[in-house]
Design a protein around this ligand. Structure first.
Ligand SMILES: *[C@@H]1O[C@H](CO)[C@@H](O)[C@H](O)[C@H]1NC(C)=O
Length: 136
């Protein structure tokens, strides 16, 4: 049972510590960047490797004139992710509503609702490890 436990733990650490990429595009210049996101139109130029500790960021600006989405890497530090490294926050003023979401897994800012994969992965692995521990 110990080997299974160690294997699961190792897999969990790898999936969390893995480097990842983020989409980097501006909906004002490239319409496919807006919601609904068109993944097939994204090239390697629209992806960037996230530096350690950085999060993928998606900002959606909405006003009377319409909305646009800006996807990037939060390379300036956690304070840029106003809703946290794995969360969302909305600010509004002057008729503009801006929702910023951050997440820390591969290409996670390429979905309409930002996912929180690492946390779910870690939970799943912990639960599996708990079951493995009880069975052996
Ligand atoms: C998505 O992008 C592909 C490639 O540029 C294009 O052929 C397709 O029409 C786009 N789909 C939508 C829904 O805009």
């Amino acid at each position: 049972m110990q080997s299974i436990f160690i294997l699961l733990l190792t897999l969990g650490c790898i999936s969390v510590a893995n480097t990842y990429q983020c989409y980097s595009c501006d909906g004002d210049r490239k319409g496919d960047c807006n919601d609904p996101f068109n993944i097939t139109a994204m090239t390697d130029n629209d992806k960037r490797e996230a530096p350690p500790g950085a999060a993928c960021k998606k900002t959606k600006r909405e006003s009377k004139g319409g909305s646009s989405v800006f996807r990037s890497i939060n390379s300036f530090g956690p304070e840029d992710c106003i809703g946290g490294q794995n969360g969302c926050e909305t600010i509004s003023g002057d008729g503009i509503t801006a929702t910023t979401c951050c997440c820390t897994s591969d290409l996670c800012n390429g979905v309409s609702a930002v996912q929180q994969k690492p946390l779910i992965m870690l939970l799943t692995i912990s639960i599996l490890a708990m079951f493995a521990y009880r069975w052996y």
